[in-house]
Unconditional design. Structure first.
Length: 97
């Protein structure tokens, strides 16, 4: 499928319900956060295995987070801040519907 075809792209982003649309948004937000986490891990030279150790969770838990099989929650975000010596900032910006 070509993502440059506007009709095909629109069909891909059409949702059956508002709940499905919100689930997609939640997954996108989690992927955005995990992208930042990955960049920070790379800066620090921290592997996923090391991250699991720092978070005091299993390696499979970390794998599930990165596969968006487990949702991030605020406690996990707080633990990530400590584990990666960082601080999350929230930034709202305008978007198109």
């Amino acid at each position: 499928m070509s993502l440059t075809d506007p009709a095909k792209l629109k069909a891909l982003l059409d949702f059956e319900s508002e709940e499905e649309r919100n689930e997609f948004r939640a997954d996108r937000i989690q992927l955005d956060i995990l992208n930042e986490v990955s960049q920070r891990m790379e800066q620090l030279g921290v592997s996923r295995s090391e991250l699991a150790s720092r978070l005091e969770v299993s390696k499979s838990f970390v794998s599930q987070l990165f596969a968006v099989e487990k949702p991030l929650n605020l406690r996990t975000l707080a633990k990530l801040e400590c584990a990666l010596e960082a601080r999350f900032r929230i930034d709202f910006s305008g978007r198109e519907h």
